[in-house]
Design a binder for this molecule. Structure first.
Ligand code: ZN
Length: 238
C-alpha cells in the first residue's frame, strides 16, 4: 500500500496514527467493476474496524431500498451472498419485513415493503463518511473538540441545508459515486462543515427515534463546535 496513508493522523479519531487507507464509501457497496477511484483516507486499525461493523450491516441492508439505476440488479447479485454470510441479520430482516404502501417522489402510491433499520449504525456510518470526505476534499481534519452530529434530515432540515448551499459558491463540493449509488454535497465555513448524503439514490428512511413522524431520504452531518445547534435541521421544536 502507498505510504501516503500510513503514519498519518487517522482522519476519523484524529488521535491515533493511521495504518491503512480506508475507503470512505466501502468497496463492498459497489460491483467489482465499479470500485476504481473511490475516495480513500488514512485510518487507524480501531476506526477501520468500527467503521466496517456499520458497513457490513449497511452493504447488506441499504440495497433493499435503492432507487438508483442499478438498484434491482444489486439486490439480486450483491445482497444474497452477504446475507448467506450473516444468518443473524437475515433472520432479523425476515422477522421485521412489512408490506406497506408508499408514495413515490412522483406522488404515485405503490405497494412496497419496509425493513427494520438500525438508525444508530446508519448515522454512525454517515458521521464517518462526512469526516472522511472533509479530509478527502479539503485535507481538513475535523478539530478534536468539535462535535460530529449525523442525523436523518427532516423536511425542514433538507430545506435549511438547501438554503445554505444556495447561498454559497466558494468552499462547496458535490459529487456522485458508483453511478449514483451515493451522492453528497458539502460546504465548509472555516473548519466547520455541513454535509448532505443521499444513499442509494434516495432511501425512504422512517422511524428515526428522534423524528418518528418524518420520512427522510437524506442524511445530514454537521461537524462544528459543540455550541452549534442542530434543531433547525432535525425539525425538533425549539
Ligand atoms: Zn482512528
Amino acid at each position: 500500500m502507498s505510504k501516503r496513508y500510513r503514519n498519518r493522523t487517522c482522519v476519523y479519531c484524529r488521535e491515533r496514527l493511521s495504518i491503512t487507507a480506508d475507503h470512505v464509501f466501502a468497496r463492498e457497496f459497489f460491483p467489482l467493476m465499479e470500485r476504481g477511484g473511490l475516495p480513500k483516507v488514512p485510518a487507524c486499525a480501531q476506526c477501520n474496524r468500527l467503521k466496517s461493523v456499520a458497513e457490513h450491516y449497511l452493504t447488506a441492508l441499504l440495497p433493499f431500498g435503492g432507487q438508483h439505476r442499478s438498484a434491482a440488479e444489486d439486490l439480486v447479485t450483491m445482497v444474497p451472498p452477504r446475507l448467506d454470510r450473516n444468518a443473524k441479520l437475515r433472520r432479523t430482516l425476515a422477522a421485521g419485513k412489512r408490506d406497506i404502501w408508499m408514495k413515490t417522489p412522483a406522488g404515485v402510491i405503490l405497494p412496497s415493503m419496509s425493513l427494520p433499520l438500525d438508525h444508530e449504525k446508519l448515522t454512525a456510518w454517515a458521521g464517518y463518511v462526512a469526516i472522511g470526505l472533509t479530509w478527502h476534499h479539503w485535507r481538513l481534519l475535523v478539530p478534536l473538540d468539535h462535535n460530529v452530529a449525523p442525523i436523518c434530515l427532516s423536511r425542514a432540515g433538507e430545506q435549511a441545508l438547501a438554503t445554505l448551499f444556495a447561498s454559497r459558491t466558494a468552499d462547496t463540493v458535490s459529487a456522485a459515486v458508483g453511478h449514483g449509488r451515493f451522492a453528497y454535497r458539502g460546504v465548509r465555513e472555516g473548519n466547520v462543515t455541513y454535509w448532505e448524503i443521499l444513499p442509494m439514490g434516495g432511501l425512504m428512511l422512517a422511524g428515526d427515534p428522534h423524528q418518528p413522524e418524518e420520512v427522510s431520504t437524506r442524511l445530514g452531518v454537521l461537524a462544528g463546535p459543540k455550541t452549534l445547534r442542530l434543531s433547525s435541521f432535525r425539525g425538533a421544536p425549539g
